[in-house]
Write a new protein. Structure first.
Length: 340
């Protein structure tokens, strides 16, 4: 039950975006146009998740156009992730190899690799639209980094995670923590802060150790909080890629002790972020115009993810039975590969 979850420390203010209502309407039209969601059971689950509210919490300062764009990225990432996490495809790396290759071709600027439009899975159709709307005016180094993070997300989820499930391998905590930032696609989402804030961070900042620490810590906070809230759901699905599960497995902790341990680690990462943030702003006062909104975006992600996780039915422990038959809500047309 949610009441059993330990307190998660988060010193950042709760905020939301005023354009959420319009973005909900936009999302409804976009998933229809791309074919990402069409079955009644899948649509009902999609509407209950309320991704419009989520994106409004984590990008509270975005204008309407950019909120629609990042909301579409959210939906794409979540629906692809559900295909890989909740269904059989996440245990069969070879079954999604071809569609991932087409996605990679889109990201690398080579189109859809000659696949006829009518044969493209919905996720590829949606990715083409997203890529065309996101990248035309961005700096080359941002596009390269964003594309690298997308490809790393796809390959880590479809090879490392799927390979572990297939082989029954429970990864060490340290390995999992490093990979989790990729399988959660959180680097992709943090990259989008630059789009939303209308800033361009120079490569030198991305290579600064204090920026790297702030980014890593904020990503960890988001991913580990998600693991806390999705733990019950993932236990139903037999998912091993969850920090609470790994702590129990490797340290022999009970459920409550493992939850408390992860929440304490979240608090430590939050403090690590705050220290790095202060050091970074002190080191580059001349770049405060760019660093302040960037760091504020990381803060919004840590707070907004926590607020949404507390309220979304996706992780409601009282309704974990909804995940016992994922075939009832997973759409085969998303990746063009049946789950059976």
């Amino acid at each position: 039950m949610e009441s059993e979850l330990p307190y998660i420390y988060c010193p950042f203010p709760q905020r939301t975006n005023p354009h959420v209502g319009d973005t909900r309407a936009h999302l409804d039209a976009w998933i229809r146009n791309t074919g990402l969601v069409h079955r009644d059971s899948a649509r009902e689950r999609f509407e209950q998740a309320d991704f419009g509210a989520f994106v409004g919490m984590v990008y509270p300062t975005a204008d309407g156009k950019n909120l629609d764009l990042v909301a579409d990225w959210f939906v794409w990432l979540f629906l692809v992730d559900d295909q890989l996490d909740d269904g059989h495809l996440g245990r069969s790396p070879e079954r999604v190899r071809d569609v991932v290759a087409v996605m990679r071709s889109v990201i690398e600027g080579n189109g859809t690799g000659g696949v006829p439009d009518e044969e493209l899975p919905a996720a590829v159709v949606a990715l083409v639209d997203l890529w065309d709307r996101t990248t035309p005016t961005v700096a080359e180094h941002w596009r390269a980094r964003f594309g690298r993070h997308l490809i790393t997300y796809l390959t880590t989820a479809t090879t490392w995670e799927a390979g572990n499930r297939e082989a029954g391998v429970v990864p060490p905590e340290e390995t999992y923590i490093a990979k989790r930032r990729h399988t959660g696609a959180i680097h992709v989402c943090m990259d989008l802060i630059e789009i939303v804030a209308g800033i361009e961070a120079p490569e030198s900042i991305h290579h600064d150790s204090r920026f790297i620490t702030a980014l890593e810590a904020s990503c960890n906070v988001v991913c580990w909080a998600n693991d806390v809230y999705s733990y019950e759901k993932e236990q139903v699905l037999g998912e091993i890629h969850n920090l609470v599960h790994l702590v129990r497995h490797h340290r022999g902790y009970g459920k409550q002790q493992a939850l408390e341990h992860v929440c304490a680690e979240i608090a430590a990462e939050t403090e690590r972020f705050l220290t790095a943030e202060a050091e970074l702003l002190a080191a580059y006062p001349q770049l405060s115009w760019m660093l302040t909104p960037y760091l504020d975006g990381m803060r919004s992600w840590m707070r907004g993810n926590l607020d949404w996780s507390r309220q979304t039915p996706r992780y409601n422990p009282a309704d974990v039975s909804q995940y016992e038959k994922p075939e009832q809500y997973l759409e085969a047309t998303v990746l063009g590969v049946a789950q059976d």
